[in-house]
Design a protein around this ligand. Structure first.
Ligand code: NDP
Length: 251
């Protein structure tokens, strides 16, 4: 039996219809988990499902909507009967300097990246506790660790994700639940493709600073998600793990 065998376990990956979320969903599925994904865009959900194969399911949900977390959890449990692995990956950014951010923009980013994550995790607690091998995997960012001039709300939300993850790890270890954060560096997804359009010099500055000398790929997240979800990581909790080609080592 593989160290990373997830046969019989059910995983829910928010924002699993593309980018890093789909990369992690594929890794969990490859290790035997039954994977549920969410996204707002039905066409993206359908395309991702086709890549995930039998047993997978998609739920269309805006996780910032009132009651969305509870409805999603009920839907997952009605279909799959259990939840063992929660991957909180859905996220967004609005690129603005701090002096220009509106209340509405701040709320959009904080609601998506932090409050929706908290609500879904809270709603999932009974199911994760019943699993006895519950796993919470939260997606932070290199901006959980340091700042840039143009993403103040995003940085605030992602820093808080790490601290929230540590609280979960501390509170729920006695229930057999681990909670860890993954901190992606510069990854080639829809999110950063827009930033590359807005900032033509971005590609060169990333290449200059990333020791691995390449953009990350969503496939780079398959293994770390599978590891953190597995029995092999039973004693790993409260960690915040960069997956960034060495970017966060650069001062
Ligand atoms: P994508 O834009 O490809 O993915 C974002 C995902 O979140 C989509 O599946 C999107 O689904 C979903 N989503 C966004 N808002 C909502 C919402 N309100 N309700 C439900 N789902 C929502 O970007 P990435 O794959 O790059 O991002 C994934 C995570 O990784 C994010 O948390 C991001 O902050 C983080 N990250 C990414 C980095 C990178 O370089 N790419 C670097 C550091 C962190 P849909 O469009 O269908 O709503």
């Amino acid at each position: 039996m593989s160290l990373f065998d997830l046969t019989g376990r059910v995983a829910l990956v928010t924002g699993g219809n593309g980018g890093i979320g789909l990369g992690m969903a594929k890794g969990l599925a490859a290790c035997g988990a039954r994977v549920m994904i969410t996204g707002r865009d039905a066409a993206k959900n359908a395309a991702a499902l086709a890549e995930l194969g039998t047993g997978a399911a998609a739920f269309q949900a805006d996780l910032t909507a009132t009651g969305a977390a509870e409805t999603l959890l009920a839907d997952v449990l009605a279909l799959a009967g259990r939840l063992d692995i929660l991957v909180n990956n859905a996220g967004t950014n609005i690129r603005k300097r701090p002096e220009l951010v509106t209340d509405e923009e701040w709320a959009t980013v904080l609601d998506t990246n932090l409050t929706a994550l908290m609500r879904l995790t809270r709603a999932a607690y009974p199911a994760l506790k019943a699993s006895a091998r519950g796993r919470v995997i939260n997606i932070g960012s290199m901006l959980s660790l340091f700042g840039v001039p143009f993403s103040p709300a995003y940085g605030a939300s992602k820093g808080a994700v790490v601290q929230y993850t540590k609280s979960l790890a501390s509170a729920w270890a006695a229930d057999g639940i681990t909670a860890n954060a993954i901190l992606p560096g510069w990854i080639d997804t829809a999110l950063t493709r827009q930033a590359r359009k807005d900032v033509p010099t971005l590609h060169d500055s990333v290449m200059a600073r990333v020791p691995a000398k390449r953009w990350g790929d969503p496939a780079d997240f398959a293994g770390i998600a599978a590891f953190l979800a597995s029995d092999a990581a039973a004693f790993v909790t409260g960690a915040a793990i960069p997956v960034d080609g060495g970017y966060s080592t650069q001062g």
